[in-house]
Design a protein around this ligand. Structure first.
Ligand code: SAJ
Length: 434
């Protein structure tokens, strides 16, 4: 059996004295992608050091706990910690593989902010030794992998760095392999999905692919880092554009007075038509963000991608207007909002259009808003102190005259139109039609 990371020797300035054994991996960033990946790697026998800037996250993980909700994650992390294959730290150890899974948010004017990736590269540079491999998993604008190489080169002029497009590699390998797992199914998809592994050079790609082949049941498809970076942005833009089409149809349908759910159901009976589902807008930290990275890279050409983002953002505004029209028809009524998460059966509120709509309504309705969200025990941040009441489904339905379905959580799916008879109902997800 391989020796696990030894927290007394593997970290800090002295760590570079010994080359890291080739079964040791440092996963930098223990968020929605990094923590599940670290735990899965540990379950496949790798020795993993998960690194995070947050003491709270490091302490929670080292105690065998999780700071995010994701199916099967608590069990997997608990097992990885008790087997000593996973340890968490705020320091980056010397390792054979370094995986960067930190956030890449949007900055001002929807420009990509890769400062966390750059900081991760700077934290790896002092201890990295020849033979090691750095893999960027964070969704990133095209060219980010080369930027990581440049940062390492500036700090470590002693290392011969791989050059993008060269036939063979340098002293270390640098590659890009985008995460493509679906929140709610992360643990399952981490192992089963195909992976796209892009190297600065073919050697770099092969070095990174060797890691993924040790735990991925899908295919590991090898390419260069720029293609791999673009693939990730294109995948999420494809979905955003298709959801935008569904959302635009729902607004057209409102204007011309037809039922969009009937239209989509019947159009999808055509053998080559497959329209997605409208909703209150698009949320989450991926689809609502990543297409902007493509727009930033090619602002003149990325016209459909930009418009799709605008349509999906506008759908939340349109949804709020429709709710306010119901409120004008019943000015003193209480309003039950069913669901606040960014999509069904998940506890993630990042960029949630449902939450944004709820916050806007609370600004003038306050305690008349009854929020029903089975995936939280307290009001999410934006609703704290607004007067909104977090309550159960039955209580909300008995008090509210207006009922809005914002998220089609499984816990709401037993509802039928008959259960809501006599109320003003707006079903943004078509849940009551299904
Ligand atoms: N949505 C609709 N209508 C639909 C489908 C989705 O309104 O028909 C909405 C959802 O309610 C949600 C948003 O779109 O607000 C995004 O949800 P999603 O389930 O489409 O995707 P995410 O953000 O949970 O995960 C996506 C996935 N990408 C693709 O399917 C191409 C996942 O594989 C990526 O790994 C993830 O982004 C990521 O991290 O990039």
């Amino acid at each position: 059996m391989n020796a696990p990371f030894d927290a007394t020797t593997a970290f800090g300035p002295d760590a570079a004295i010994q080359p890291a054994p080739d079964h040791q991996i440092a996963v930098i960033g223990l968020g929605y992608i990094g923590l599940p990946t670290a735990a899965v790697l540990a379950s496949y026998g790798w020795d993993v050091c998960g690194v995070d800037v947050s003491n709270h996250v490091v302490e929670t993980v080292n105690a065998g706990g999780v700071h995010i909700e994701e199916r099967d994650l608590d069990r997997l992390v608990g097992e990885a910690i008790s087997s000593q294959r996973l340890v968490a730290s705020t320091l980056v150890p010397a390792a054979h593989y370094y995986m960067i899974a930190v956030p890449t948010p949007l900055g001002p004017d929807n420009a990509p902010d890769i400062s966390y990736v750059e900081a991760a590269a700077r934290s790896i540079a002092p201890n990295i030794l020849p033979g090691a491999c750095i893999i960027v998993e964070s969704t990133s604008p095209v060219g980010t992998t080369e930027r990581v190489a440049q940062i390492i080169a500036d700090i470590r002029p002693d290392l011969n760095m791989p050059k993008f497009g060269a036939e063979t590699g340098g002293d270390i390998a640098i590659a890009y392999c985008p995460e493509r797992v679906l929140p709610g199914k992360i643990v399952q998809e981490l192992v089963n999905n195909d992976r796209v592994v892009g190297g600065m050079t073919p050697d770099c790609a092969e070095s990174a692919a060797a890691l993924y082949k040790s735990f991925v049941k899908g295919d590991c498809l090898v390419t260069n880092s720029r293609v791999a970076e673009t693939v990730k942005l294109v995948e999420n833009s494809f979905r955003d554009v298709n959801i935008a089409f569904a959302n635009e149809l729902s607004m057209i349908a409102d204007e011309i007075g037809v039922d969009v759910w009937d239209v989509i159901r019947l159009a999808n009976r055509h053998p080559r038509v497959n329209i997605l589902q409208p909703g209150p807008g698009v949320g989450g930290h991926c689809i609502a963000v990543d297409p902007w990275f493509l727009v930033a890279g090619a602002p003149k050409s990325a016209r459909i991608v930009r418009t799709a983002r605008e349509v999906n953002d506008h759908k939340a505004v349109h949804t709020e207007r429709r709710i306010r029209a119901l409120i004008s028809a019943a000015p003193d009524a209480k309003v039950a909002l069913l669901g606040l998460a960014f999509k069904p059966d998940i506890d993630d509120f990042r960029e949630s259009p449902a939450l944004e709509i709820a916050e806007n309504l609370c600004a003038d309705l306050g305690e008349r808003v009854l929020a029903v969200e089975p995936f939280t025990e307290k009001l999410p941040k934006g609703l704290e102190g607004t007067g909104a009441v977090l309550t159960g489904l039955d209580a909300a339905l008995s008090e509210a005259e207006i009922v809005v379905v914002l998220v089609d959580h499984s816990a709401f799916k037993h509802l039928t139109p008959a259960d809501l008879a006599g109320k003003l109902v707006f079903d943004t997800r078509g849940m009551l039609k299904k």
